[in-house]
Every structure is written in C-alpha cells, then in structure tokens.
Design a binder for this molecule. Sequence first.
Ligand code: NAP
Length: 300
Amino acid sequence: MYDIIIIGAGCAGLTAAIYAVRAGKTALVLECESIGGQISYSPKVENYPSIKEISGMEFSDNLFTQAIGLGADFELEHVEKIIDRGDDTFDVVTDTTTRQCKRVIIASGTKHRHLGIDTEEEYAGRGVSYCTICDGAFYRDRICAIVGGGSSALQGAELLSGICEKVYLIHRRTDFRGEAALAKRLETKANVEFMLPYTVSEIGGEKTVSYCILENRETGEKKRLEVDGVFISVGQVPQNEIFADLVELDEYGYIKAGEDCRTSHPGIFAAGDCRTKAVRQLTTAAADGSVAATAAVAEI
Ligand code: NAP
C-alpha cells in the first residue's frame, strides 16, 4: 500500500511527490498524458522565481527528474475512480489496476478549452491545433491564426512569429487578458497582425485548413482570412467529473478546496489548477503541492 497516491504529474503533483518522499513517505504519481502538465506546452517561462528563463518542457523534465530521483514512483495510467474503503484508506482505480493508499492528492489540472464551432473537431490535426510548441514547426513560412487573448495565446503568437510568414492574433475583446509586457512585445513584430474584437465563426478548407471566417463582435462585419493553420488557445477547463461522487465541485467543475487544499472529503486533497482558486500559476501550483503533501503526511 502506498502512503500517498498523487493524481497528475504537473507542477502541483510533482511538487507534492517531492514533499511526500522527502518526509519519508511512499508516493506514487499517476499521469495519463504528458509529464509536466500544461506548462510543458509553454515555449518560455519567465515568471518563476529564481529562474530567469526556461522552456516549459525543460522545467517539466527537471521537476520530474527531481521527484523520481528522490524516490517517487510514477506510472502512465488513466485514473478512473477513487473509492473510499471506509477504513481510512482509499482504492485508486486506473485503466490497468487498482492500488490502495492512505491519502490521495488530486492534481489533475485542466485541459484545453475548445471553441465549440462545428468544423473545429473535423480539422483537428489537419490545420487546427491546440499547441503552438508541439505543432508550430509544421507551419514554417506559412500563414497562421491564433485565437485567444490570454498569456498562452500571446506567447503562442510570439513563438509562431519566429516561424511563420504571417500570424493573425484573433481575440474577442480589444483588451488582452494576458500579460501586458507580452502584448507590447507582439506589437513590435512586423509579421503579427491583431484582429480585435473578432471571433472565429468558421474554419474550412479542402483536406486541410485553408481559411477561417471571422466576425467582428462590435459591427457584425465578416472577414475571411486565408490561413494554413488555426491555433486555438482559449484557456483551460477542469476535468474532475470522475471525482464528483466523492468531492464537491463548484459550478465550473473545479474541486472546492481552500488554501489548505482540503476537499469536502477527509483524506482527499486537491492541489494546483484543478481546485477553486484565484490565481492559477506555476508558483501557486508548486505552493499547493507542498501544502497538500505536508497536510497528507501529517495524517499518516
Ligand atoms: P486564460 O488566461 O484563461 O485566457 C483565455 C483567453 O481565451 C481569454 O482571453 C478569453 O477571452 C479567451 N476565450 C475563452 N473562451 C473563448 C471562446 N469561446 N472564444 C474566444 N475566445 C475565448 O487562458 P491561458 O492563456 O491558457 O492561461 C491560463 C493560465 O495560465 C493563466 O492564469 C495564465 O496567466 C497562465 N499562463 C502562464 C504562463 C507563464 O509563462 N507563466 C504562460 C501561459 C499561461 P476573454 O479575455 O474575453 O475572457
């Protein structure tokens, strides 16, 4: 039996693992997608204290190596369910097996939000992408659009501007939600054109994307852009439905937990972007991981 099973290998989950094993407990981290979580898709991290600049991928690799090097176990499995065994232990059921543990830390993060327009799914992987760092290189010297006004979209536009001939940054408002410094930097790029305030109403093409139709949110005017790719970067949504029978979720699907990372269910903690919180950043994810693990360790 593990002392602690941690669901999710993002910044919160891996930090929790570091704190758990350094406190002398056994810890298993379960992840169903990529190590490092959302930050591994970030081209550049410039706001983590003491690290001036690092790629999200390198940050994730370092964190993973650190956790495993200290003794945490890791499995690439999809968690399907948590069962309270009623004896102060839990079963964590995955697509492969069931394991018992004394405490559970959910650090399941979030996944990419979709625009929800008809052809979005049809062109996914054929010109529609949710990850500039993964797919940007396929669009060398091509014309691309990126949708969104948060830091991810701004960073994505910057990355694409170094690869593509031309980049349209499409955002539904005239103000950006993302960091002002990033937006200012983009204004100086000759090959980046801001399309504000526009939404995308259609994506189309023959076999792959060749155009998108935009709609001006103030005037209703429609505009057709000839593009080879559309990157969608409109935020994240939680994926906590499988835990809803045990822990309370808020109206948006985030696990209800305060700064102490305690959920409505004793023995289950929530850390990082998956929980209710005001600021979802690497720094707050790391803070949550340490808080949740320290609290879990104290109960074992
Ligand atoms: P975000 O900050 O939530 O921004 C999402 C953007 O998408 C917003 O501008 C939003 O518009 C727009 N949007 C949402 N739904 C839309 C729809 N259906 N159609 C069109 N536009 C839509 O998401 P994010 O940029 O992915 O960032 C997530 C978190 O990670 C943030 O806290 C961010 O600060 C952080 N982050 C940090 C770094 C770093 O380097 N440390 C890098 C990237 C992100 P409105 O503004 O109108 O709502």
